[in-house]
Design a protein around this ligand. Structure first.
Ligand code: 13P
Ligand code: SF4
Length: 321
């Protein structure tokens, strides 16, 4: 505890000295989220992180999350230095959608509008017409579908299927998945609901369709926190990374929160739903980002890719505004 307090104090001083701001995702450790809040930084979902990073005047952003979040900030603010605690924090959706095969896929369907999830590389975004996050995906696809566009969707298969179901759009879908949300099990969740008949079920749409079907609310991380506040239920079963409990519990201190089961045997898994890449964001790594050379921590995006990727990202931000 003393070591953490020392690290926290050091990071606060370094952020101050460097005029840097800490932007964190809800899936990072609670101590990182608390530090972002205590230092004038920000905690949010991926759309809000992108917007905050773009609009904040600080010339150095420390992005605690996974690489696509840092890349997004750099694409939107090329003049800023974007540091990450580690450049090795991947995302299985990004890894499962390599730019070369994705480009071939798009080239084979030139009459389609290309919509990609924010959880992708800069190169994949550069090939896209639209970028979306889970908080705005339904609205954007609905808009494109109503204009009669044929749509390519990548990479999350569950979010894609959910969007199709909600909007009626038929999309050519990439078959990627999130290794964390793909593990939620509907059979065990159904049993947990029977044991807790008064509980509401909150589900992130990267989860399988059979899990989404059992939900009282489906949405991005911020939207799930909002739902936790507005639903009348005193007990919540939550199917997303357990990092969310820090802010969700803060938002509803009197409510009881239970992790949705990831085991197939009906047992509630206490720590399975946690993204291994988000877990790489520790306090020591944040301090390194602020003290070591840019070599190990600064996000670089090829300028040609960056200029192309900025177009669909800004299109999303303008649509969401
Ligand atoms: P949100 O946009 O809902 O924060 O999701 C990001 C993410 O990586 C979910 O796994
Ligand atoms: Fe990617 Fe899933 Fe981790 Fe989110 S939780 S960053 S989608 S692997």
């Amino acid at each position: 505890a003393a070591e953490r307090a020392r690290l926290t104090a050091e990071i606060k001083a370094l952020l101050n000295e460097r005029g840097a701001v800490l932007v964190a995702h809800y899936y990072t450790d609670p101590e990182i989220q608390a530090l972002a809040e205590a230092t004038g930084g920000f905690v949010g979902d991926s759309l809000e992180m992108a917007r905050f990073g773009k609009e904040h005047p600080a010339q150095t952003l420390v992005v605690a999350g996974v690489r696509f979040m840092g890349e997004t900030s750099k694409i939107l603010s090329p003049e800023k230095q974007v540091l990450m605690p580690t450049l090795e924090a991947e995302c299985s959706l990004d890894l499962g959608c390599p730019a070369d095969t994705f480009t071939e896929f798009c080239d084979a369907h030139p009459d389609h509008v290309v919509v990609v999830y924010a959880n992708t590389s800069a190169a994949v975004k550069a090939r896209a017409d639209w970028v979306v996050t889970s908080s705005i995906a339904l609205e954007i696809v609905e808009h494109l579908d109503s204009q009669g566009h044929k749509i390519i969707w990548a990479p999350d298969r569950h979010l894609g299927a959910y969007i199709e179901k909600k909007t009626g759009a038929q999309m050519l879908r990439w078959q990627g998945h999130c290794i964390v949300h793909d593990e939620f099990k509907s059979k065990a969740l159904r049993e947990l609901k029977i044991q807790n008949p008064d509980a509401a079920v909150l589900v992130h749409p990267e989860s399988p369709a059979s899990v989404i079907e059992l939900a009282d609310a489906v949405g991005s991380t911020s939207q799930l926190i909002k739902a936790a506040q507005t639903l009348p239920h005193q007990k919540l079963i939550v199917a997303t990374d357990r990092g969310i409990f820090y802010k969700m519990q803060q938002a509803c201190p009197d409510k009881e929160m239970v992790e949705a089961p990831t085991g197939g045997d009906g047992a509630t898994c206490r720590s399975c739903a946690h993204c291994p890449w988000m877990a790489m964001n520790g306090l020591a790594a944040i301090k390194s980002a602020l003290t070591e050379g840019a070599e190990h921590h600064a996000i670089q995006v090829d300028p040609a890719l960056r200029e192309r990727a900025m177009v669909p990202l800004n299109r999303m931000l303008d649509f969401a505004a």
